[in-house]
Ligand binder design. Structure first.
Ligand code: GLU
Length: 445
């Protein structure tokens, strides 16, 4: 479609050297072609042009002092992409690969993901090229304090509510929150993922992993199947991966791999019991490599390969962007994999996604599959506004309801536009329509 091609060209030209951002925008624009054809007013109102341009981008210096007494300078980012349906909302990523293109791709995806949850949250993302690996507690604290000393002026409980992402968990949220509270002299719901004794929601740590499994169960149910008895491969073993394993076990599935950038370990008996207890702390507490799991339990370590070569029924990438290439997708399909669900953000490369769709694999896109994390963040905001705390069961049952709804909305949108069971397009369309209609209603702003 000429309009979409032309807009995509302008996005590439205007945002040079940001391939991840181009990839994320391309996927959404492609999905929207049938919508724009049916409703040309989305062109005339300039909604798409506005949507691909962040409302605000903040880049700042983060100076801090390491344990050796040396001054270190990192770069901080916050991209406030879209506030049409609520305050900006999205995580912070601390990882050496972070640059503006990564934060823009994540912020762009967050717009649609947050809309899909049905909760009033706009889209944003932030972070830093700071590498938390090998840093002491004191260094992490001083970095977080410096980061928020600049960021505080742009965020707030009704403006922008950051949370965690890769490299940012409960400990980092604590240091960020403490410094923010000290600066503004107010105890507020400015961050989510807080500890439960100081405004956090029960079930927030579990939310992304649990939510992903609730979504997978819905996908399988659409084909009269279930997680019971299925063999599952995953990659990352941080906050998302570990709780995903816990829920998969409860559902009667068996998770047989974890991996990292160096290789993977295969555990044919399944990761459960004391092995899962060990894994829970491996990254989230100690930031240790996956090979430690193989060593601890006498399992084989496969260096330099990815877990996608292991035969499975369900593959769930849980690490990072572009971790599943076309060759991996081909191996998965050849080995009889029937369902792929993206629990990380944009883990499958575009040609891998197309391959899965072509082969009729049940494919769950990240914006839908991993929306459980931000959904419970939204519930944390609600609880903070009420100055109240729900029980674990209350939050978990709302999460389950939200994931079911996301699946229903995505598959209905795909059907309505004649796209069969294409949940990639369905999720993009359902998320887009909510935000686009809000933008139209609010005029050209
Ligand atoms: N970083 C998570 C995501 O990718 C959670 C964001 C949040 O809770 O605000 O959706």
């Amino acid at each position: 479609m000429a309009y979409v091609n032309d807009l995509m060209e302008r996005v590439v030209k205007r945002n040079p050297g940001e391939p991840e951002f181009h990839q994320a925008v391309h996927e959404v624009l492609e999905s929207l072609e049938p919508v724009i054809q049916r409703h040309p007013d989305y062109i005339t109102s300039g909604v798409l042009e506005r949507m691909v341009e962040p409302e605000r981008q903040i880049i700042f210096r983060v100076p801090w002092v390491n344990d050796a007494g040396e001054v270190v300078v990192n770069r901080g980012f916050r991209v406030q992409f879209n506030s049409a349906i609520g305050p900006y909302k999205g995580g912070l990523r601390f990882h050496p690969s972070v640059y503006i293109g990564i934060i823009k791709f994540l912020g762009f995806e967050q717009i649609f993901k947050n809309a899909l949850t049905g909760l009033p949250m706009g889209g944003a993302k932030g972070g830093s090229d700071f590498d938390p690996r090998g840093k002491s507690d004191g260094e992490i604290m001083r970095f977080c304090q410096s980061f928020v000393t600049e960021l505080y002026r742009y965020i707030g409980p009704d403006t922008d509510v950051p949370a965690g992402d890769i490299g940012v968990g409960g400990r980092e949220i604590g240091y960020l929150f403490g410094q923010y509270k000290r600066i503004v002299n107010a105890f507020s719901g400015v961050l989510t993922g807080k500890g439960t004794t100081w405004g956090g929601s029960l079930a927030r740590p579990e939310a992304t992993g649990y939510g992903a499994m609730y979504f997978v169960e819905e996908m399988l149910a659409s084909r009269g199947d279930s997680v019971q008895g299925k063999t599952i491969t995953i990659s990352g073993y941080g906050n998302v991966g570990t709780y995903l394993i816990e829920k998969a076990n409860q559902m009667g599935g068996k998770v047989v791999t974890i991996g990292d950038e160096y290789g993977y370990v295969r555990d044919p008996e399944g990761i459960k019991g004391e092995k899962l207890d060990f894994l829970m702390d491996l990254w989230c507490v100690y930031r240790r490599p996956a090979q430690d799991y193989a060593r601890e339990f006498g399992l084989e370590w496969v260096e330099g390969c990815s877990p996608w070569e292991v035969p499975c029924d369900i593959a769930i990438p849980t690490a990072t962007q572009n971790e599943v290439a076309l060759a991996d997708a081909q191996k998965l399909v050849a080995n009889g994999c029937l369902c792929v669900a993206e629990a990380a953000n944009m883990p499958c490369m575009a040609d891998a996604v197309n391959y899965f769709l072509e082969k009729g694999i049940l494919f769950g896109p990240a914006k839908a599959v991993n929306a459980g994390g931000v959904a419970v963040s939204g519930l944390e905001m609600s609880q903070n506004s009420m100055r109240y705390a729900w029980t674990f069961e209350e939050v978990d049952s709302r999460l389950k309801g939200i994931m079911k709804e996301i699946h229903r909305k995505s598959s209905e949108a795909a059907k309505e536009y004649g796209l069969g069971n294409n949940l990639v397009a369905g999720a993009n369309i359902a998320g887009f329509l909510k935000v686009a209609d809000a933008m139209k209603a609010q005029g050209v702003v």
